[in-house]
Ligand binder design. Sequence first.
Ligand SMILES: C[S@@+](CC[C@H](N)C(=O)[O-])C[C@H]1O[C@@H](n2cnc3c(N)ncnc32)[C@H](O)[C@@H]1O
Length: 329
Amino acid sequence: MLRRGTSITGKAVGPRRGAVKTIKPAKTRKIIRRYHFLTQCQQKLLAKLKLGPEAPGTLQLGDAAFLEGMGVAPGDEEVERLLVQVQKVGEDKRALRRLLGYVHRELQDEEGLANYQLASRQGQDARRGGDSSKVLVEWMKELGAAREDGNPLSALEIGSLSCDNKISTSGVFNPVVRIDLNNSNDDKGITKQDFMQRPLPRSDTDRFNVVSCSLVLNFVPTPSGRGAMCERLSQFLLREPDQPRYVFIVLPLPCLENSRYMTRAHLDGLLGALGYTSVRYRAAKKVCYALYSWSEEDVKTGKERAAYTRRKQLRDGPGMNNFSIQLDK
Ligand SMILES: C[S@@+](CC[C@H](N)C(=O)[O-])C[C@H]1O[C@@H](n2cnc3c(N)ncnc32)[C@H](O)[C@@H]1O
């Protein structure tokens, strides 16, 4: 289907335009779909151009074709048609950089991002009956890790969209440090920060009992980027002995159930190589929740880790996707 004409910039739905704070469900889905479509286009264009994720920022500083693409009017029919078939666009580097510029402009549009986040926040309820941290809180209580006696657990929430999610309101976690790549400007308790750029802790003061990574890994565009994110998670877990240490990961169900390169067992193995042990897992209708405990002594090297540094096809079938996570060699 040709997706055109609708910019994620949208109309007066984002917080920066003032009072309107809701988006109709159909529009919510449209905004989220458009954003994911653009992210995928960007990923494919970068791969074709053999460029890294930082390239748009550099090209923006003076590449003529890229800047020309940035100047194309949103919803341009010809460009939209090319984007839908981006794999088939030839190897003309100039044309590819022009398309990249077009996609980049829309992805960078602050109001569009605010709308995307607003849509995602609203989508949380529609998608899975509430925010995913409900499951995290439930599991922490089940495991006896949660202490509501005035000595709660600390948490880092990556990809936080709201200060009102259970992770922040249950009393099980305190403090909760919330970060997100973008910031919808209406939520003062969320710091705009790329987790991959967050300064590494020098002591346990900057580390946490729990790192939550809900629907974030699938947002990272490349397998090696996802691997790097997985690798980085444990840097933010407490080192002090006897402290609970967990990561909570939520993924769209098809990432594990319908991928050629990823299964639940493979994810457990990959995280196992990084020192994690699976303690809870639940597949819901559209997403899956997973909780892992971590221990520094369980970090593997050599062959056990090397098995996850290559993309290996695990199964195949019609309609399967290519989601994968790859560790650095
Ligand atoms: C689909 S939303 C999910 C939000 C929410 N956690 C949930 O479960 O619904 C993904 C969020 O992850 C954020 N994100 C992706 N990569 C990130 C990174 N490297 N650092 C911080 N936030 C990131 C994006 O900005 C986006 O808001």
